[in-house]
Ligand binder design. Structure first.
Ligand code: ZN
Ligand code: ZN
Length: 346
């Protein structure tokens, strides 16, 4: 079968290779991949900047498909089931985090698409416990984005809380910013999405996608918009999805007293100049949010099943694997919102 593989470390070294179809061992499920989303992490793997990627490995960790075959001991799934899967492939099972089903924090976890062959292939393996059967009302295209949606559920609903009537500020209109906005809106919040001129194309589509207010900070005064929409109190929480130090400092400045600022974006550098003076007077809380855990997946699938969040609305391109270079370029250019590979027919 054809697969898009990071063949060795360093910049580039990504190519389509021909490898044997995987055989499901004990407790494993062989999935025929239908759709697989391209994530900025895949681009970072290409550039050799993501240390988690252990080549040779097939990239891709956001996907949906159909069960093709089950290994010995698999009882809850059968061929033909429409599914998606968590990226967790192995865990230690013993640490305090594993005991609480917080696999995102297990130090000995391995994940699909970085340490174990991923979903940029016609077939892949997932462990039974990580696989989720899809309700009939959830399309395979939406389900392919369950992983990034679950990251946003974790950030917006597990690391902080959002209630009806909250005014939530999302910094960074990438796929994660949009999905976080959709999750916030599903809770009855008013959502402000902010970006810069390079994001203009994405910001223009925001209203159609259920975001209440999109702001290009280089053309509009975000502080003023935020004040006006909150009777001068400021937004709460703020979800920082850009990984820009400037954006975080803006978040610290604009956030309401006692607000949570959830850091979802990754910074390019380890040490940065942060406005630490903002914490004391406003009693702010800065919290990290790392990927997702089983509870985030359950909530995500429920939100999609109820029609509260429809991730397929973010898909601006469905392309064959052969066009992978175009797909990666779209991310570099901030063109479209989400590009998805189609690996086989629905
Ligand atoms: Zn991702
Ligand atoms: Zn563990």
């Amino acid at each position: 079968m054809k697969a898009l593989m990071k063949t060795k470390p360093g910049h580039g070294n990504v190519e389509i290779v021909d490898i044997p179809e995987p055989v499901p061992g004990e407790g494993l499920v062989k999935i025929r991949v239908v759709y697989s989303g391209i994530c900025a992490t895949d681009l970072h793997s290409y550039e050799g900047l993501y240390a988690g990627t252990k080549p040779p490995v097939v990239l891709g960790h956001e996907f949906s498909g159909v069960v093709a075959e089950t290994g010995p001991g698999v009882a809850s799934l059968k061929p033909g089931d429409r599914v998606t899967s968590e990226t967790t492939f192995t865990i230690c099972g013993k640490c305090v985090f594993c005991k609480r089903e917080e696999y995102n924090l297990c130090s000995n976890r391995t994940g699909i698409g970085s340490q174990v062959n991923g979903s940029f292939a016609e077939y892949m393996l997932a462990r039974e416990q990580s696989v989720h059967k899809l309700p009939d009302s959830v399309s395979l295209l939406s389900a392919a984005l369950t992983e990034p949606l679950a990251c946003c559920v974790h950030g917006c609903l597990e690391r902080t809380s959002i209630s009806n009537g909250d005014v939530v500020l999302i910094m960074g209109p990438g796929p994660i910013g949009f999905l976080a906005g959709m999750v916030a809106a599903s809770q009855g919040a008013v959502v402000i999405l902010s970006g810069v001129s390079a994001d203009e194309e994405r910001l223009r589509t925001a209203i159609k996608l259920g975001i209440h207010r999109a702001v290009n900070q280089q053309e509009e005064d975000l502080a003023q918009v935020a004040r006006e929409m909150t009777d001068g109190l400021g937004p709460s929480p703020v979800i920082e999805c850009s990984g820009s130090v400037k954006a975080l400092n803006m978040a610290l400045q604009l956030a309401a007293k006692q607000a949570d600022i959830v850091q979802m974006g990754l910074f390019a550098q380890q040490y940065n100049e942060i406005d630490t003076g903002a914490f004391f007077p406003k009693e702010l809380r800065l919290v990290g949010s790392r990927t997702q855990k089983p509870s985030s997946w359950r909530t995500s699938i429920k939100l999609m099943e109820e029609g509260a969040v429809t991730p397929e609305n973010l898909v601006t391109g469905v392309i064959p694997l052969e066009k992978w270079q175009d797909g990666f370029q779209e991310i570099r250019d901030r063109h479209g919102i989400k590009t998805v590979f189609q690996l086989s027919r629905e």
